[in-house]
Design a binder for this molecule. Structure first.
Ligand code: NAD
Length: 384
């Protein structure tokens, strides 16, 4: 299926460019994040939108198509919010038609909500949804839940920030058990933002040792395991670690050295193409679980497949938040923190098991297996 709509934008005040891509619509509705990063490209946004369509299919959604937007601009610049706002104003006709825009790499949900509230929209919905009294009531409750519910341990600001990383950790645990038949292992994580921190936290809870973490500035390692909670307490709003929270036994390296650390499992949870044709042969781990979207390039896929490395693709591993949105907004489960956590654990483990068991029995590459099973097939032209 080709992308249904791709819209390009040029900022009037800066050099920023942006794209909105709707991969598919279901009953006129789709959802996905808006990212901001200097290297964002049209191809990347299209690939990410396609990934969202796979993700909703894998999440069992029958109500949401895949969308992604991206702005090529430095999210740390002081005018980053003004650029984000101008992009959203330009895309308002699509957003108000019912494209749900969430946060993503380099953007914050609060900022996106600020603009949506300025539009008088709140979380965008379609005209048909706005005429459904039960849906509107549920959406109101969901908006409050999304912004205020917290994880059971109260470590993270919101459950929505933590649930994706938790799901990634469940996928790691399931995949490792299937592959090695045991539980404990050493993990290296690239990225210590929303996904990286919550994944590290849950993995630590599940008994894994986090032996390396890379952020935008550095890589920290310790062969006896890092104190994850302490590192999380020191992290700033950009997902950057604070060296003051490091123990003397920790080693600090350039972040590009993250594949040099001995480990059993890699979780790339930061940027796209982090594992590519130039470094895929350096991977020491036998298992990669994609916390980020498209962190492994197509060429790296081939290298890893030939080397027998197992992989859990992004659209299975990092579906936590979107599955939560689907289940709550469309009334499949109660707005309850424990129930959301149970649901995410169950689906992330189930999908991982289906794909990795087939990987073992067929020797096909696991991403190809997952793409066959969870291929999105719906694209409807819904009346406005
Ligand atoms: P974030 O902005 O909260 O954190 C990004 C992290 O990546 C930060 O720790 C940053 O320092 C680090 N980073 C940036 N450049 C790096 C580099 N060159 N080397 C190492 N680390 C680097 O982002 P996030 O929300 O955690 O998202 C991370 C990835 O996960 C993105 O691909 C995003 O699309 C994907 N994702 C996020 C969610 C979610 O719920 N937040 C859901 C699904 C997928």
């Amino acid at each position: 299926m080709k992308p249904y709509i791709v819209v390009e934008w040029n900022d009037t005040e800066t050099e920023a460019k942006g794209w909105l891509c709707i991969h598919n619509l279901i009953k006129g509705y789709c959802s996905g994040g808006l990212r901001m990063h200097p290297n964002v490209s049209k191809q990347e946004v299209m690939k990410l939108a396609e990934g969202m369509a796979y993700k909703y299919t894998a999440a069992g959604s029958t109500d949401i198509g895949g969308h992604k937007s991206g702005i090529a601009y430095d999210y740390k610049k002081p005018d980053a919010f003004a650029v984000l706002r101008r992009f959203m104003i330009a895309m308002r006709p699509y957003i108000s038609m019912g494209i749900d825009v969430g946060d993503d790499l380099g953007t914050k949900y609060d900022d996106i909500m600020k603009v949506l509230n300025e539009f008088g929209l709140g979380v965008p919905i379609t005209k048909a949804q706005s005429h459904d009294v039960d849906f509107v009531k549920r959406k109101k409750a969901y908006e409050v839940f999304y912004l205020t519910a917290r994880d059971e341990e109260f470590v993270f600001d919101t459950l929505s920030n933590a649930i994706t990383g938790f799901g990634v950790a469940y996928a790691v645990d399931e995949a490792h058990k299937i592959k090695e038949g045991k539980k404990d292992a050493r993990v290296v994580i690239q990225g210590f933002g929303a996904v990286g921190t919550s994944c590290a936290f849950k993995l630590h809870q599940l008994g894994y040792q986090i032996v390396g973490i890379a952020d935008a500035n550095m890589l920290v390692s310790c062969k006896n395991g890092l104190d994850v909670e302490r590192l999380i307490n020191g992290v700033n709003q950009f997902g950057e670690m604070d060296e003051k929270t490091f123990e003397t036994s920790y080693k600090v390296h350039q972040n590009t050295k993250w594949l040099d650390i001995d480990c059993d499992i890699l979780v790339p949870a930061a940027i796209e193409n982090a594992i590519n044709s130039g470094n895929a042969d350096k991977v020491k781990a036998g298992l990669i679980v994609e916390g980020a979207n498209i962190p492994v390039s197509n060429k790296a896929d081939q290298i890893l497949h030939h080397r027998g490395v197992a992989l859990v693709p992004d659209f299975l591993a990092n579906m936590g938040c979107i599955r939560m949105v689907d289940r709550l907004l469309f009334g499949h489960i109660e707005m309850d923190v424990q129930e959301v956590n149970r649901d995410i654990e169950s689906i992330c483990r189930k999908n991982t098991r289906i794909v990795l068991e087939k990987w073992i029995s067929t020797k096909k590459f696991s991403r190809d297996i997952a793409k066959e099973i969870f291929k999105p097939t719906i694209q409807d032209i819904y009346p406005v």
